[in-house]
Design a protein around this ligand. Structure first.
Ligand code: B12
Length: 256
């Protein structure tokens, strides 16, 4: 089964794949723990696809070109996750796809994915979490977008890497953040980041962050709001990503 999944994902041009054991999943929110979502869930299959390095540093239109790649990846990676779920479920292992971006929840004043894909990737041994709160992988740096699914199949799982890919003492991401959203020890003020980094003509991030987060109605309907009005948006910052030395991992070698 594992071989079939790997082959399928490779055919879909997925760059990396890993499997995380769901035991003792410490999400602060119980509804975002795999075993609370899928009965007898055993594993999260998590995979990543690299956004080409030049897109981030295009001389013109970089944010919109990057947004176009990201949204296309979300669609194709979600489709791949759904297909793998069907393969597993037909073999007798009920499985559920996790969206790359949606559903997005608003709980306790914070944005949450249904399951945090970067934590799953860390558990699977795909990479380590940087001070910028992004996953870095030895081959593709921090340029991976992530997708995944929950499964009851007890596939062989990976384990977290022992050594962080962050350079000791490096603080470049923290210093590069124009709104001081990063605390330097893996924490982030989400609203500061969202307001700086996300662009939407109708749904102003500032409005969503500052005015609506106190609204019970918005919180209860956040999944639908993000899936409709905010289904598509653009970007206006990724300074913590491109200023991290891990951004260049794997780029120079292939350029020479
Ligand atoms: C919400 C969200 C955002 C928010 C908040 C970001 C944040 N860091 O919290 C905003 C809109 C600001 C945002 C911005 C960006 N995002 Co975003 N975002 C998400 C989303 C949808 C959910 C993340 C989530 O659930 N967070 C949970 C929050 C509330 O808390 P937390 O600190 O992560 O969790 C705490 C605890 O609960 C606990 N925990 C929670 N679950 C688990 C599980 C385990 C096993 C453990 C040990 C602990 C644990 O750990 C934390 C304790 O400090 C994910 C997609 C997904 N489903 O994972 C993409 C995602 C994380 N984003 C992504 C990207 C690329 C970005 C941007 C770079 C986009 C850009 N501007 O270019 C920026 C980067 C900003 C940054 N430095 O983080 C990628 C990251 C890829 C990577 N290589 O890491 C993801 C995975 C999307 C994807 N499908 O690829 N994002």
């Amino acid at each position: 089964m594992m071989k079939d999944i790997e082959t399928y994902l490779q055919d879909q041009k997925i760059d990396v794949m890993g499997v995380a054991d769901v035991r003792d999943w410490p999400s602060a929110l119980s509804e975002c723990r795999p075993s609370e979502i899928l009965t007898d869930c055993k594993r999260v299959i998590v995979f990543g696809k690299e956004i080409p390095g030049p897109v981030y540093v295009a001389e013109k239109h970089a944010y919109d070109l990057y947004a176009n790649v990201a949204h296309n990846y979300y669609a194709s990676m979600d489709a791949a996750a759904i297909e793998v779920c069907s393969m597993l479920t037909r073999e007798g292992f009920p499985s559920i796809p996790l969206g790359c971006y949606q559903p997005m929840l608003m709980r306790e004043g914070k944005y949450w994915g249904v399951v945090s894909l970067k934590h799953a990737a860390v558990r699977a041994g795909i990479g380590t979490m940087g001070k910028n709160t992004l996953l870095a992988n030895a081959k593709f740096g921090n340029r991976l977008r992530l997708g995944g699914l929950l499964t009851t199949a007890e596939l062989p799982s990976g384990k977290p890497l022992e050594k962080s890919l962050c350079i000791e003492g490096c603080n470049k991401c923290v210093e590069a953040c124009p709104v001081q959203a990063l605390d330097g020890s893996g924490g982030i003020v989400q609203y500061k980041c969202l307001k700086q980094s996300t662009v939407h003509p109708l749904l102003s991030a500032a409005f969503l962050s500052q005015w609506l987060r106190g609204s019970k109605f918005v919180n209860e309907n956040f999944e639908v709001i993000t899936a409709t009005l905010a289904a598509r948006y653009s970007y206006s910052c990724y300074e913590c990503l491109v200023n991290c030395p891990n951004f260049k991992l794997g780029l120079a070698k292939r350029a020479s």
